[in-house]
Design a protein around this ligand. Sequence first.
Ligand code: NG1
Ligand code: ZN
Length: 519
Amino acid sequence: MHPKTTDVFIQYGTAGFRTKANLLEHVVYRMGLLAVIRSRVKNGRTIGMMITASHNLEPDNGVKLIDPDGEMLEQSWEEIATRMANVSDNDLESITGQIIKEVNADMSLKASVYIGMDTRYTSPRLAAAAANGVIALKGTPKEFGIVTTPILHFCVKCRNDNTYGAPSEEGYYEKIVGSFKRIRQKLSVSGAYNTTLYVDGANGVGGKKLNIIKKTLDGELDLMLFNLGGNGGKLNLNCGADYVKVSQRVPVGVEHVPYQRVASLDGDGDRIVYYYVDNDEKMHLLDGDRIATLLASYITELLGTCGADQLKLGLVQTAYANGASTKYITEELKIPVSCVKTGVKNLHHEALKYDIGIYFEANGHGTVVYSREAKNTLKKIDEDGDAEQRKSAQILLDFIDMTNETVGDAISDLFLVETVLCARGLDITGWENTYRDLPSRQLKVTVQDRNAIQTTDAERRCISPEGLQERIDEIVSEVNSGRAFVRPSGTEDIVRVYAEGDTQESADKLAEDVAQVVR
Ligand code: NG1
Ligand code: ZN
């Protein structure tokens, strides 16, 4: 029904399949087949399929599968997905049969697949191909239309675990926004905090959903929304969280008032960074590391006041975390930090090792996960504690409900950040002043074979090609507070270079020098 029209090899990577939209129809159809098989292997529990290319530009698209608990597809299935996507039309049936045997799927079981998509003009056609794939193997598709990636993750989780919430967009608003409002009633707006927040919606789905939420807020937060996709604004083009973070520039399409805090979302609403411009029109970025430290210090404070210090809280970062943030977390907050390989699933798994695990990529993708033990301890304090302990426990329980624990979520993270700023009476400079970021620079380098570069130590050091790490070490040693690493991207055919230094000039030069060695 959806014939393969290209021989270009495609791989299920950290962000699923992602490429030019016109190369994807057969891939998405086949992922519909695979989602049904996956659902049956999971005893008929619901699987999710999200059609999106996140922060990529409009001509791209992609698809990722969501496992029953709302997490990313189990890693061992990535190879199966890749095999299924690349086989010829002629061999599709036999390979599908082979895979069914291999994974031991009982094809007589029911199968359920939730399908969501972002705002790209190619998404509806791909979502239809996905549904056709599901139907071809006698599964039941349910289409959610245009939703953020995290809303779909949430719905999948709720469908398989009804204690988490109701599996619908409304159920999501009820839980996330509802708990934000409940918390706001317990806190008073004070100090330097003010309720006006500007938002850059990247001309994607996140801004559209905030526009729905905005109408239900009663002055708890005054959202001024920009880049909602109208007025010729192009998806992710010179706007959105990735643009702001990587280029270190303000997005187009947003009105800039000095010292007004702005939240910038990415195209599918799973990343968020904050920034403001000062009187000299200089942009100050508050990225994922800042959000992580803000949340970590607030949760730690509440655990203290409610007498639950025995719960183990930890933070998870990647090599891209600013060195100053890691120093602040370990030395000032005295919270344990782990560094893992890039890719949200790696952070998520590491975070699950703590009672309360906070994970963020510097690019603004992250969330908090809470163990059953942590939730039960807080509920018990809410029942048996003294008045002050109970108050903190209740705020923390609302905080947990406001968190989308399945995956990084720009909307949920926005409400978490706004809650902490309000509770602490902070404006954006107060938040910024907790520590000073080291200047940094990211570059992309095109090489012949990016996989010639192999890394170790959570991607902070190269083990091949021979001699490369020694050269980098030499260059880094000449820079004050210098740090640099290179790694092949998992989502683009490039090598990424990252560098930090004591000044912007030294960070820029270090990145450029390291890039020269890689080229
Ligand atoms: P790659 O292309 O592997 O660097 C990028 C981001 C990841 C993650 C994935 C998935 C950076 C440096 N890398 O991965 O953090 O978000 O995309 O979208 O931001
Ligand atoms: Zn995204």
